[in-house]
Design a protein around this ligand. Structure first.
Ligand code: GCV
Length: 655
């Protein structure tokens, strides 16, 4: 076993699941199928780790201890029940996926040291679509990847040794993920050809690996592919040649991959081609592709991350936050039924604190899914600890008020997609503690009612240690990590202030005079973006009236989002009784201190955790401390110089 590589499938890392040996020694498998075979292999792996041998296969249940697998039509698709008795352990699933999920759930909880009584569980997925998005490029790089090179590609080809992909598929299916898009939404020259015969045989091999784990494969496609691949003069979605080109392409893809999931599309965004070039709208673009995939049951996942990345910073009326709603709201009801709009959780771009996108709830006649980012582009790049489940949960629990009170985002979507954080490092997620985010995403979209704490605890116990005291310390660290990161970076929801393009580390004005539409508008009197209807960009009006009113007024706007919605003087008094400038100083001193606290807490666990895990994380906590100090000093100095207002506690601010 390799505790770094295994992530949360580290069966036998301690004695916690010794008691299961008696059951795992005999397998009674009363169902068949490729996904069932994966479930059986998993049980065999677990038993081999515990007992050093392969379990016996029996054809009838045995009362002296055995493990039974079967399909039971009483359960929903993907749903399962686990029951533990003296005689046997039974996992029943509504379908093959359900059986696999049940097996993993059992193994993860047992290896985390949960007692047999806690393993009698019945669960079913809340959403039909639970997807992972790779931003992997054919050349082996990963856009916004912080865990090493791609595990999918090297030197412009899919990798030849696919062992790691199998292990990744195991991890994803262990938390109920059932779809994966295997290439970057920015589709470059080589990946444009993934939908041709040059690549499809290899892509089909990858699809097989994921299909064995109940996961459908999707590809990101280039909207201009008919021009780039076959030299068509146009990619106009209403052009007959273009329409039939995509139909032929779909037919070819399905001849290689009969259960192909469909296309993911980033169009008319950040310089990618799209229907706008031809005067067509997003519905016309998406529906044309959807039509080509429809005969085979395929889907089009169309991203709503559409905005103008060439704005003039001098023009204060243009607001990037408004773009997704402005582009898509007028098209509600115009999309085909196999089109799914993928909406980022916030209106900007995966910042540590953003309001929930106003598009949720605003598209009642359109299939919508939510997009999260597991890879920590703006949230510490797998160096700084940042457990993201609380933030995603906040989004799913947000009341849009679109149909009155109780119109939660979780009820307005049919699933979620998230940008993965894996790479070719020995530890798949780079920082071993970033595994909590990959695990947590899967668990949360399977069951959004779970608490961030419960998910953290399950993960820590399975991946790191079943020792309750140690696990508790790590859970506390995880659960405080988002607020800590937030407190030493950009204040009160204003966002950005990061090193341009790279997005790690502080550069307050790095984007301030750029064309990207991400401004904090700090001057000598105050800071923040005025997005009110009354005096600002009018963004607040995109929310249902209850929320619009709440955000419009600084006294009712949640304070953690104050500078996202309002431009306020440094002397503005917060509910805490502190001025805005004092809050900035206090939170930055506090954040850097807490980052040091994290390092100290981690050091207190030396000897209680596997050494490889301990040291991989320790190096990162040390870097996080330096990062937090740099943020603290730059932010405090910057705002002192702007405002000329002293810290009331006279702490060290560089002048
Ligand atoms: C894949 C942000 C990121 C880009 C990313 C883009 C997107 O702009 O910085 O790397 O591109 O979002 O989500 O399409």
């Amino acid at each position: 076993m390799d505790i770094l590589y295994d992530c949360w499938l580290a069966y036998g890392k301690d004695d916690a699941m010794k008691w299961t040996e008696r059951y795992l020694s005999r397998l009674c498998v009363l169902c068949i199928g490729r996904v069932i075979s994966s479930a059986v292999k998993e049980l065999e792996t677990a038993y081999r780790r515990l007992a050093g041998k392969i379990p016996e296969r029996i054809s009838k249940p045995f009362s002296g201890g055995c493990f039974i697998l079967r399909i039971n039509g009483d359960f929903d698709a993907g749903g399962y029940g686990i029951s533990v008795s003296d005689d046997n352990i039974t996992v029943e699933g509504g379908d093959e996926n359900g059986v696999l999920y049940g097996v993993f759930r059992f193994l993860i909880l047992a290896s985390g040291g949960y007692s047999p009584e806690k393993l009698n569980i019945t669960e079913k997925p809340c959403y039909p679509l639970r997807m992972a998005d790779q931003w992997d490029n054919a050349d082996g790089t990963v856009e916004r990847g912080y865990s090493g090179a791609s595990i999918f590609y090297e030197k412009d080809r899919p990798v030849s040794d696919m062992t790691r992909l199998t292990d990744y598929a195991r991890l994803l299916s262990s938390v109920g993920i059932n779809a994966i898009c295997i290439n970057n939404v920015n589709v470059h020259k080589t990946e444009t050809h993934f939908i041709t015969e040059k690549f499809l045989p290899d892509i089909a091999k990858i699809a097989d690996i994921f299909a064995d784990h109940g996961i459908k494969l999707y590809l990101s496609v280039n909207f201009a592919a008919p021009m780039e691949i076959d030299g068509l003069p146009t990619a106009d979605p209403l052009n007959e040649r273009v329409i039939s080109w995509w139909k032929c392409t779909a037919e070819k893809i399905y001849s290689y991959i009969p259960d192909f999931g469909g296309f993911l599309v980033k169009a008319d965004s950040e310089n990618r081609p799209g229907p706008h070039t031809y005067g067509r709208d997003h519905a016309e673009g998406a529906n044309m592709l959807a039509d080509a995939l429809k005969p085979y049951g395929g889907k089009v996942i169309w991203r709503c991350f559409v905005y103008n990345c060439h704005v003039d910073w001098r023009d204060r009326s243009t607001d990037r936050a408004k773009a997704a709603y402005d582009n898509f709201k007028p098209l509600d009801g115009k999309f085909a039924d196999n089109v799914f709009l993928q909406i980022k959780n916030g209106p900007m771009d995966f910042q540590i604190r953003e309001p929930v996108s106003p598009l949720f709830g605003a598209m009642p006649n359109t299939n919508c899914i939510c997009e999260f980012q597991i890879t920590q582009e703006y949230t510490g790049q797998q160096i700084d600890l940042c457990y993201l489940v609380p933030m995603w949960k906040e989004c799913l629990d947000f009341d849009t008020y679109s149909d009155g009170e109780g119109s939660f985002v979780s009820k307005k979507i049919l699933g979620a997609a998230a940008v993965s954080n894996v790479g070719a490092n020995r530890c798949l997620t780079g920082n071993p503690l970033a595994g909590a985010n990959l695990y947590g995403y899967g668990r949360l979209v399977f069951d959004p009612s779970l608490s961030a704490k419960q998910i953290a605890e399950e993960w820590v116990r399975a991946a790191l240690t079943a020792d309750e005291e140690t696990a508790e310390v790590i859970c506390t660290m995880l659960l405080s990590s988002r607020e800590i990161y937030e407190s030493y970076t950009s204040p009160l929801g204003v966002g950005w202030m990061v090193t341009p393009h790279y997005h790690y580390g502080v550069d307050v004005d790095g984007y301030e005079y750029s064309p990207w539409g991400t401004y904090h508008y700090s001057d000598r009197n105050g800071m923040g973006a005025d997005r009110t209807r009354a005096t600002g960009t009018g963004y607040t009006a995109q929310y249902a009236s209850h929320n619009e009113e709440m955000y419009e007024d600084p006294s009712t706007c949640p304070e953690e989002l104050l500078l996202f919605f309002h431009h306020l003087p440094y002397t503005y008094m917060l509910k805490s009784g502190k001025t805005l400038i004092q809050h900035i100083y206090d939170s930055h001193f506090d954040g850097a201190e807490k980052a040091e606290g994290l390092l100290m807490q981690w050091r207190s666990l030396k000897g209680k955790l596997p050494e490889e895990i301990y040291s991989e994380a320790e190096i990162r906590f040390e870097k996080q401390l330096l990062n937090s100090r740099q943020w603290r000093d730059v932010i405090n100095t910057y705002f002192f110089r702007k405002s000329g207002i002293d810290d009331i506690h006279s702490r060290k601010i560089y002048r």
